[in-house]
Design a protein around this ligand. Structure first.
Ligand code: PEP
Length: 257
């Protein structure tokens, strides 16, 4: 939509160890061979666990696969006494193009505030990684504040200090739709994504708003992807559960067919 190259992103969460990831990526690449998913058409990115990234990098570079990849999180710091953390420079060294930031599971289970998310966005940009910034409201938020108030506020908070020309991806993921089997309707997704694009125009620039891909995420499947992709402000999907099913994920990538 709007000349933006659609992005279909698979968030594996804590699934597939490094050996399983090798088998999965090989089969996925084979499955997508006839999908004509060159970067001029649809871009595909996978987000494996940190411990898989080295294997995935080796496989993708050795076989020259047209698959982008990234981490599911990063530290706001570069290095030092941060036990258990992974920094943006480590991800960049593994040729990651992207990094997911502010996923609702991180916000709730790891108490990531808007300030932490903003610091992580800055860290990603510093290391040349494209943040896939997740925003979205809970069912309670939806009832209390309406459909776009919380995602809009989260986006504004995350963009503090972001340069107007920054290359970012925004993912609108209503928390009530994640893993629930109950996706938003294409109209609901479009309305919030349009509101998020207005925020990009107001806080970054018109150019950035026109160029930035805004994804929908939350129970996306092969059976509902086409409806989302018909919306002018939805530029792709962040897929959780269905990204672990080779046939489902491949069918989502082929949403045009
Ligand atoms: C997610 O967690 O980013 C997600 C969209 O999950 P699911 O597709 O399983 O709803």
């Amino acid at each position: 939509p709007g000349g933006r190259i659609p992005l279909i992103a698979g968030n594996w969460k804590m699934n597939l160890d490094h050996l399983q990831s090798i088998a999965f990526v090989q089969k996925l690449a084979w499955n997508l061979k006839d999908a004509s998913h060159s970067y001029s058409d649809v871009e595909v990115a996978i987000f494996p666990p940190f411990t898989d990234l080295r294997s995935v990098q080796t496989l993708i570079s050795a076989d020259k696969l047209e698959l982008a990849y990234g981490g599911q999180d990063l530290s706001a710091a570069d290095s030092g006494a941060y036990t258990g953390e992974i920094s943006g420079q480590f991800l960049a060294k593994l040729d990651c193009a992207y990094v997911i930031i502010g996923h609702s599971e991180r916000r709730t289970m790891h108490n990531e505030t808007d300030e932490v998310v903003a610091a992580k966005v800055a860290a990603a940009l510093k290391h040349g990684l494209v943040p896939v910034l997740c925003v979205g409201e809970t069912a309670e938020d939806l009832e209390k504040f309406g459909p776009s108030a919380v995602p809009v506020a989260q986006l504004k908070a995350a963009l503090v200090g972001v340069p107007s020309t920054a290359n970012i991806v925004v993912a609108y993921e209503p928390v009530w739709a994640i893993g629930s089997g109950q996706a938003a309707t294409p109209e609901q997704a479009e309305n919030v994504c349009a509101a998020l694009r207005t925020v990009l125009a107001e806080t970054l620039s018109d150019e950035a708003a026109a160029a930035t891909r805004i994804l929908y995420g939350g129970s996306v499947k092969s059976g509902n992807i086409a409806g989302f992709m018909r919306e002018p402000n939805v530029d792709g999907a962040l897929v959780g559960g269905a990204s672990l099913d080779l046939d489902e994920f491949s069918a989502i990538v082929r949403f045009k067919k």
